[in-house]
Design a protein around this ligand. Structure first.
Ligand code: ADP
Length: 401
């Protein structure tokens, strides 16, 4: 069975086609600047030359049509006809409290995605546009929704209720949701395989460090806690997001800088974090390079970044009463061995001891624990698209609605 995985943003469509017989990627690509002048599609078919197509497109439906044309193109396509694609898996950021697993998309599911527009205004509207464009162009296949929030729905109230009057939860559904669920789930299952233990018997701390970063504490096959909250702004320090903050700073800054609610949202989401502290860049490679050249703010930003991850490791070790392993993943977690080293140093009292030499790898699966480390230290490259494709295959094969 061939499965198309689609991730639609406000002006982009990312896609991958999998042959689920052996989970190989037949093609992948990115259509960028949809609805903005200069639309460009970069398509990478397996075993063939990469193709770049420039073609201004006004909306997601025409964007999706171009992607489908390219997938079945006689020269650089990856299927001889679109009939070969049996199901489409859609990444959806927010499913509120409604979904604790992936689902086949019907009208009721789309209504929930719409109901969550309010709490995910940047993500859910384009996600729905992508679903509707695909359904229009591929009406006869099963479409599956895979939600970033679903994996974290096993949290219990003491971990998801904020210390606000309880009725804001009841009326506005203000609570911790958590994000990056597909990534945390993928690496947690793989970690259990590496540990050689049933997943349900493992205590795992997953550390997803990318442009957006989050952590999760997992025990007995359930997420106990996660660092992102009502929105992806809470928790770790990120490329441009501040993470945890004294909430009083928000209204103080609104006053001092004369910012309205939209502007303060922008300030905390796009101008803060590593970019804000360092003044250099949101990209960790740039910050590491600046720090190496002696830039004091870049050095400080790196210390704050690692310090926050350490603090969450402590938090989660206490909540889980110890753990089997820490798992590092995503762009920084997989590649930034110096960052992993800074995070894991001086934690031997907690049973965390690394092998510095084994840690010196980028983008590879590795166990870099020292032989006497009580906690195994793993790097596992994430693969959210494969996780979406697997869920899509499972639901499409069962054909359940
Ligand atoms: P996204 O959240 O957009 O999916 P990624 O998971 O691709 O992000 O991670 C992007 C981050 O990974 C960037 O900050 C980038 O600097 C960082 N990164 C990539 N390679 C390295 C490296 N070799 N060392 C440190 N950081 C890296």
């Amino acid at each position: 069975m061939k499965v198309l995985v689609v991730n639609t943003g406000s002006s982009s469509i990312k896609y991958q086609v999998f042959d689920m017989k052996d989970e190989t990627v037949l093609a992948k690509g990115l259509l960028d600047r949809v609805g903005i002048a200069g639309t460009v599609l970069v398509h990478e078919p397996q075993g063939k030359e990469k193709v770049t197509i420039k073609h201004d497109l006004s909306d997601h439906t025409s964007g999706m049509q171009l992607v489908l044309d390219v997938l079945a193109h006689p020269e650089y396509g990856c299927v001889s006809s679109l009939e070969e694609i049996s199901a489409v898996g859609h990444r959806v950021v927010h499913g509120g409290e409604h979904f604790s697993a992936s689902v086949i998309i019907d009208e009721a599911v789309k209504q929930v995605v719409k109901d969550c527009f309010d709490i995910a205004p940047l993500h859910n509207p384009p996600n729905l546009m992508g679903i509707e464009a695909c359904q229009l162009l591929m009406p006869n296949v099963i479409h599956v929704g895979v939600f970033d929030t679903a994996f974290h729905q096993t949290m219990t109230p003491e971990n998801y209720i904020y210390a606000l009057p309880y009725d804001v939860y009841e009326h506005y559904k203000i609570r911790r949701y958590g994000f990056h669920g597909t990534s945390h789930e993928y690496v947690a299952y793989r970690a259990a395989e590496m540990l050689g233990k049933p997943y349900e018997d493992c205590k795992i701390i997953t550390i997803h460090l990318g442009n957006g970063s989050s952590m999760a504490a997992i025990a007995d096959g359930r997420v106990v806690d996660t660092s992102m909250g009502f929105t992806p702004l809470e928790g770790l320090v990120m490329g441009t997001r501040c993470g945890d903050l004294d909430p009083a700073i928000v209204y103080y800054l609104m006053d001092k800088l004369a910012l309205d609610s939209r502007q303060i949202n922008d300030y905390l989401n796009k101008k803060s974090g590593m970019l804000g502290i360092s003044g250099v860049s949101s990209d960790l490679r740039d910050i590491i390079a600046a720090a190496a050249e002696g830039n004091g703010k870049a050095q400080l930003a790196l210390k704050i970044f690692c310090n926050r991850v350490k603090a969450y490791i402590g938090n989660y070790l206490a909540k889980l009463n110890g753990c089997d392993c820490l798992v590092f993943t995503a762009g920084i977690g997989e590649n930034g061995y110096d960052i992993r080293e800074s995070i894991c140093e001086n934690m031997d009292w907690l049973g965390i001891k690394m092998d510095v030499e084994k840690n010196r790898v980028r983008g590879e699966e590795v166990d870099f624990s020292a032989p006497d480390s009580r906690v195994r230290l793993l790097v596992i490259p994430t693969n959210e698209e494969l996780m979406i494709a697997r869920d899509t295959l499972r639901l499409a094969s069962a054909g359940q609605r």
